[in-house]
Each structure stands twice: as structure tokens, then as C-alpha cells.
Design a protein around this ligand. Sequence first.
Ligand code: 4NP
Length: 155
Amino acid sequence: MQKPYKIMFVCLGNICRSPMAELLFLDMLQKCGREDEFFVSSSATSSENVWDGVGAPVYTPVRRLLESKGISCSGKRAQVLTAEDGETYDLIVCMDDSNMRNAKRIVGEKNAIKCRKLLSFAGEKGDVADPWYTRDFNEAYEDIKRGLEGLLQTL
Ligand code: 4NP
């Protein structure tokens, strides 16, 4: 069997946008029967939500939104993107320009080419709306869904 294609979704805290992308993408893969082709994860460019190696669970409003769509967040804990991830993963999908810059710095020059902005897969230049500041979790969900649909079509 072919090795799964490894995708890492990245945001600042790994409690809102990137877990939403990870879990929604997994759900989309399951619905089209392609889950065996991919290994999907998500991580943070900051360590703000990881204490003594233990990551925070998905932020409650995001968990509720995903649960309302039949998607469970159980077991997902925040983790920090590492240089090693840059070697391991085939594609590193970032939620905004700021996280693109930080992800590239973390994975290093050799693997920076693997970093892409999620909405670029929908043919858009913008960032995924950051619900930590906007408090609009549905808007972030819609941005993420559009990006993921574009991503799925390219894979
Ligand atoms: P995320 O959202 O990057 O989408 O997980 C945030 C979560 C936490 C913080 C900022 C954004 N924070 O400042 O703690």
C-alpha cells in the first residue's frame, strides 16, 4: 500500500482554526472514502496552549460548532509545530500570513516550500478569519470549509 500523504494544519494556538481544519478535513475524507490516503494533524506556532507538555483541548465554541455538525473533538489536544514536523509532513497548511511566516521559521529553509496558506486552495489571497478576535466561529468555519474543498480537489 502507498504511504499516506501527510498534511499538517497550522494556526497560532491550535485550539480554534487548525483543529477545526484537521477534524473537518478528516470528516470530508471519511465521507468520500479517502481517509486511508492521508494522515492529518494540526499544531500551533505558539506554545501558549501547552503546559508541561500537555495541550489544551479544542476551544469550547469550536467544539460545540463541530459537534453540531456531527464531528467529535475528543482526544484532540494542542501541540506545537516542530522542525521535525517539517521533515515528516508533505504539506503544511497555514491559516494566515503571520502563521505562514512563523511556520516557515520553525520548519526551516529546506522545508519552507511545503508551507501554503489554506485559502490559496480556494483561489483566494486572504487569511482565514481569526475567531479568537472576531468571535465569529461560523465565519471561520465557512472560510476553512472553502479552503478544504479546494485542497481536496487538488489532491
Ligand atoms: P487559534 O486561535 O490560533 O485559531 O487556535 C487562538 C487561540 C489562542 C490565542 C490566539 C488565537 N491566544 O492568544 O491564546
